[in-house]
Design a protein around this ligand. Structure first.
Ligand code: PMP
Length: 359
């Protein structure tokens, strides 16, 4: 047998693995998963019924064009249906955006630290990541990001609110930034956590996209809509961008279960957004309690909070786990804690308080 292995692309070397939030250990003490920014509520009854009905025909391929879902989204956002493109989670759509715009020799700008998939999917495309540090307050440094643009820049991610810090950029600064970006560079406004925003100064990316052909908005059904396991997200962008997304889509990538569930969730929006409202109340309670304990917590508009723990991050995550909640540590940097059920949040707050006392 030959020792030679197939020749693989050099770009793949050194690509960090995506680290999924760890699940709560089975069979252990009470354990809650606060590590993946999921919605803690189980699927709504109506959505469950729809998915169960769709399951009866999974011997068939799904509607490849996601016709009904795209139509529903187009109406909801008041955009032409040709501006909507669906994919396997918004991370799938983000990867298609890179495939559509960027390759070896090109540059992709994003803030760091931000969503951990950005460096991975950028490197898979062969393009060079340009990481622009967050400000000391853990916010996107849009001025520095604008200065990082070169004639090799093809795509810029703006994650609003930012994962994992929860921080936002507001209308005036975002518009001023967009004014500085050349027309042939695509700006992707990643709004995975849009529904959790309560700050009226944070613009809706869909409003910004309307006047700007180089802006595209990414949204997902995984967070507020509670469909993380079904993998469906979408982009709203002008015709050439959306058309490129249709070309780069994995054929039949979005299952019929996911398409039908997404439509059912949009129809159950009042109830879903009511749940989001409760999570926002919980978020505000957790932030206040943490600050009361003496922690510095950046202002979050998402369904998670960020604690900059530096070298003590792993130790902190272990302490939370012993108490019964699994959080998402980024070793040497900080921990991201998803807002979950009230009981889970209480366990977390108690663990944080205990840890704080020992600091
Ligand atoms: N964007 C951001 C900022 C995220 O945090 C996530 C999920 N962690 C995604 C995109 C991808 O979500 P999904 O692929 O489930 O839509």
């Amino acid at each position: 047998m030959s020792e030679t292995s197939p020749r693989l692309r050099a770009e793949l070397e050194g690509i960090p693995a995506y680290v999924p939030g760890r699940p709560a250990a089975a069979g252990g003490p009470v354990a809650y998963k606060l590590s993946s920014n999921e919605n803690p509520y189980p699927p709504l009854p109506g959505v469950m019924e729809t998915v169960t009905a769709a399951a009866a025909s999974f011997n068939r391929y799904p509607d490849m064009a996601c016709t009904a879902l795209n139509q529903e989204l187009a109406e909801r956002f008041g955009v032409p249906v040709s501006h909507v493109a669906t994919g396997t989670g918004s991370v799938g759509v983000a990867q298609q955006l890179l495939q559509s715009t960027s390759g070896p020799g090109d540059e992709v700008i994003y803030a760091w630290r931000s969503f951990e998939a950005y460096p991975i999917i950028t490197r898979i495309s062969g393009a060079t990541p340009v990481e622009v540090p967050l400000t000391p307050g853990d916010v996107h440094d849009l001025d520095a990001m604008a200065r990082a643009i070169t004639d090799r820049t093809r795509l810029i991610f703006v994650c609003n609110p930012n994962n994992p810090t929860g921080t936002v950029v507001r209308r005036a600064e975002l518009e001023a930034f967009l004014d500085r970006v050349p027309d042939d560079v695509l700006v992707v406004l990643d709004e995975a956590y849009r529904e959790f925003i309560r700050d009226p100064e944070v613009p809706d990316g869909v409003e910004l996209y309307r006047e700007r052909p180089n802006v595209c908005v990414l949204r997902t059904f995984s967070k507020a809509y509670g469909l993380a396991g079904l993998r469906v997200g979408f982009a709203i962008g002008h015709e050439p961008v959306a058309a490129a997304l249709r070309k780069t889509a994995v054929p039949f990538g979005v299952s019929q279960l996911a398409q039908d569930a997404a439509i059912a969730s949009l129809n159950a929006e009042d109830e879903l957004l009511g749940r989001v409202g409760s999570l926002v109340c919980e978020r505000n309670r957790v932030v206040e309690a943490l600050r009361g304990q003496g922690w510095t917590v950046p202002e979050t508009q998402a369904n998670f909070v960020w604690l900059r723990l530096g070298e003590r991050t792993t130790e902190f995550a272990a302490a939370c786990e012993r108490a019964g909640v699994v959080v998402r540590p980024f070793a040497g940097d900080g921990a991201r804690i998803t807002i979950g059920e009230t009981e889970a949040n209480d366990i977390f707050l108690k663990a944080a308080e205990g840890f704080r006392r020992e600091l």
